[in-house]
Ligand binder design. Sequence first.
Ligand code: ADP
Length: 497
Amino acid sequence: MSDLSVQLETPTSGKYTQPTGLFINNEFVKGVDGKTFEVINPSTEEVITSVHEATEKDVDIAVAAARKAFEGPWRKETPENRGKLLVNLANLFEKNLDLLAAVESLDNGKAVSMAKVDISMCAGCLRYYGGWADKIEGKVIDTTPDTFNYIRKEPIGVCGQIIPWNFPLLMWAWKIGPAIACGNTVVLKSAEQTPLGALVAAGLIKEAGFPPGVINILSGFGKVAGAAIASHMDVDKVAFTGSTVVGRQIMKAAAGSNLKKVTLELGGKSPNIVFEDADIDNAISWVNFGIFFNHGQCCCAGSRIYVQESIYDKFVEKFKERAQKNVVGDPFAKDTFQGPQVSQVQFDRIMNYIKEGKDAGAKVEIGGTRKGDKGFFIEPTIFSGVTEDMKIVQEEIFGPVCSISKFKTKEEVIRVGNSTTYGLAAAVHTKNLNTAIEVSNALKAGTVWVNSYNTLHHQMPFGGYKESGIGRELGEAALDNYLQTKTVSIRLGDALF
Ligand code: ADP
């Protein structure tokens, strides 16, 4: 064991070597200030290990490494080779799927069966963007006979990427895939709650064959390393996923420094709408998955459930039955669907919202309490009897807590569906095609699912309307976040003036 790695053990993958350093220039190193911070297991509240912490100085070093790579060898790398490297990385994610999933469960608390899905989605995403690397094309534009104009798509440069803890590795892949496909270099900061998976994956970067400095991975705190990235004068672009509050700070920091390009994927309070003609059992499965998947820690969680009046009572009864069957417990147990919340801070925040809901007069249909007395487990919680102005209906809770209310007409549910400051996602459950299309088109949300929920795919753009974000991740759309457009206009004729 060195002080840049530690031997750890997971119940499903046995012993493994956990890197703990900052990953800069393809090497694990200590932070300049020699600081470390503890990583907590959310299932037991015990310390798993400590990792090295990046401060401003380390951000400077990582940005300098990324700059050197960008202006040097990486600039000359062929698009085909960039694609191959991403595909290599995707293959390594698949080869190490069980280990990566186990580390993710240990660190984040998500059920290992779900973490495995995350890791195969990471591989899918990296491979998909590997495929894009040599398909990024410019244009020729005819204006006058004596000019030849072409439009080139160029990488932006050094990209700062700040990711959250709810899908630690999936967010890693969503960010790195398109940035690298477009020829940028990266300094990525993982969330302080979940640095472990990002570091195991950092080891795979070198193994995949990336030149030093192209992808640098830092562990550290938002207010220190995150803020340093957002305000850095030599970072050309910052991509952030996290809360709307921090998203605003990132934008301010970008505006106050070098006007780096900004993309944001922020919070949500998504409506999940069930019409009376829906297949009820199907709708219940998706509504349950929509809010309780990943313990409600999804920016697109379907946390506001609206059910048409005539089926409301029956729906509530069946939904309660279904949610009570969700197995809450040890993320490594075979049948677990819901593990602990990620941290004490999140646990307290959620329990406060539950208290607010109760104090405001909402009715707890099920849950509303902690589960057990160790680990950050919360019972799946359904509130009814809510009014639209309640905090639990307007604010993002980011936990296994939803509200359910009834509506009469399509027009009414479109109005309430759109009545928050967010606009990330929504869903409509109906067998009527016209209703599905009409309501989907009227909802101000970046994604609308019909008769499903949370079925994200790397080929489809994802991002927010309103205060849920700026820009789109995934799909072809994500490439726009990482490319500059250059116009080259060549004069063919004689001088004009
Ligand atoms: P949460 O409140 O759910 O922890 P945050 O939005 O605070 O979500 O965190 C998401 C990511 O943003 C994390 O990597 C965190 O370290 C980072 N972060 C938090 N505050 C800042 C900040 N002021 N500047 C830059 N990054 C930040």
